[in-house]
Design a protein around this ligand. Structure first.
Ligand code: ATP
Length: 369
């Protein structure tokens, strides 16, 4: 039996003039999933969302929602709930009237409208604000009401376009937690657009990473972070130390490399094959690098498959649950993130040893400049 999906994009392509802004986009979203489109400004996230919403038509490809082809179907016939970055509430209507709007359009009876509006305002925890006008609400409250308005019609699909972008950091965190809880409780299939990678990791069952209109990777937050498919994904999601290097050899487990600054180290072998002399980019996450005082009791012996270099601490930043240490090693500047310890502290100017396992270094063909 073939699996049924709530949303299917088959080879979607969109051009503006001669520029292709969405190129061969393929995706299948299961019922109840929250899938995030993540990528830098201009990568085509909103354009794709607008094609799903019916505000734009694809130039090529098929778009299916709940098994029905949507090409040519107007936005108001797609059974969607939408929340945008800017508060899109009607200023002249009260909260209750705003939330009731979609139900009125659908000619739902007055008593049922009242019941459903009350229920959805309970869900977003704002039942006491029914008679307020949008201008009498805080930014966070307005977005909660916008979410209530999107959910009240029990849509097949919820589309959220950067709904948290205009809120301050604390409120963003609070509201993303609430949206995630709501999404899971109601089980509504959701597409979320953001350029914030932490928000994407937090919200999503799966993330679609986009760059210049092309899908770079589709995967769970863990996949995207631990097994990035491309150098772009490694750089865009999470923090990375990147080195430009040349392959100098290898064995069945590792590639040997020499960075352009002359440092040699090894990286795990993956599916790609390289030849000596191939130019590659190598990435290591700051939290996978361990930091030791030179000559200390903790200093470990050299081991096979472990890369080890010496450097000097340049900058220390205390960030609560961890410390970020910038180390100068030859002409490399390397970022290390290490757990805060009251026993082992580092000082700026101190000589240190950095080490990381070869299997924690990811290697990709060098990007074209
Ligand atoms: P952001 O995070 O900044 O909103 P985005 O990833 O959502 O970016 P889109 O808004 O989808 O990006 O835009 C993708 C590309 O298409 C951009 O280069 C943008 O300038 C271009 N674009 C978007 N809308 C139009 C339009 N109506 N006419 C011409 N070009 C457009």
């Amino acid at each position: 039996m073939t699996k049924s999906y709530d949303v299917e994009l088959h080879q979607i392509r969109k051009r503006f003039g001669s520029t292709t802004v969405v190129d061969n986009f393929n995706l299948q979203v299961e019922r109840g999933e929250c899938v995030t489109f993540l990528g830098p400004s201009g990568c085509g996230k909103t354009t794709t969302l607008n094609m799903l919403a019916g505000f734009l038509e694809p130039d090529e490809g098929t778009l299916i929602i709940k098994g029905k082809p949507m090409n040519g179907v107007p936005a108001n016939k797609r059974d969607l709930g939408m929340v945008f970055q800017t508060y899109s509430l009607f200023p002249h209507m009260t909260v209750a009237e705003n939330v009731a709007y979609g139900l009125k359009l659908r000619k739902v009876s007055k008593s049922e409208i009242e019941t459903r509006v009350r229920k959805v305002l309970d869900v977003v925890k704002l039942p006491h604000l029914t008679d307020r006008y949008p201008k009498q609400l805080s930014g966070g409250q307005r977005q909660r009401i916008a979410i209530a308005r999107a959910l009240v019609t029990e849509p097949s699909l919820l589309l959220l376009d950067e709904p948290l972008s205009n809120l301050d950091a604390k409120l963003r965190e609070e509201l993303r937690e609430e949206i995630k809880r709501l999404q899971q409780e109601i089980g509504v299939t959701t597409i979320f657009v953001t350029h914030d990678q932490e928000e994407a990791m937090y919200m999503s069952d799966r993330i679609v990473v986009l760059d210049h209109g092309k899908v770079e990777q589709i995967g769970t937050p863990e996949d995207i972070y631990q097994q990035p498919a491309t150098a772009f994904v490694h750089e865009f999601v999470g923090k990375s130390n990147g080195f430009q290097a040349v392959i100098t050899g290898g064995d069945e487990h590792h590639w040997r490399l020499k960075t352009t600054e002359g440092m040699t180290f090894s990286a795990k072998r993956n599916d790609r094959l390289y030849n000596s002399g191939d130019e590659v980019s190598v990435y290591v996450r700051p939290e996978y690098i361990s930091l030791e005082k030179v000559g200390s009791m903790q200093e470990t012996a050299e081991e096979a498959g472990v890369n080890s270099i010496s450097g000097t601490v340049k900058l220390l930043s205390f960030l609560g649950s961890f410390i970020e240490v910038i180390v100068e090693a030859g002409s490399h500047i390397i970022t290390v993130r290490t757990n805060y310890s009251p026993i082992i502290s580092f000082a700026e100017g101190e000589p240190v040893k950095l080490s990381w396992n070869a299997y924690q270094a990811n290697i990709f063909p060098r990007k074209e400049a």
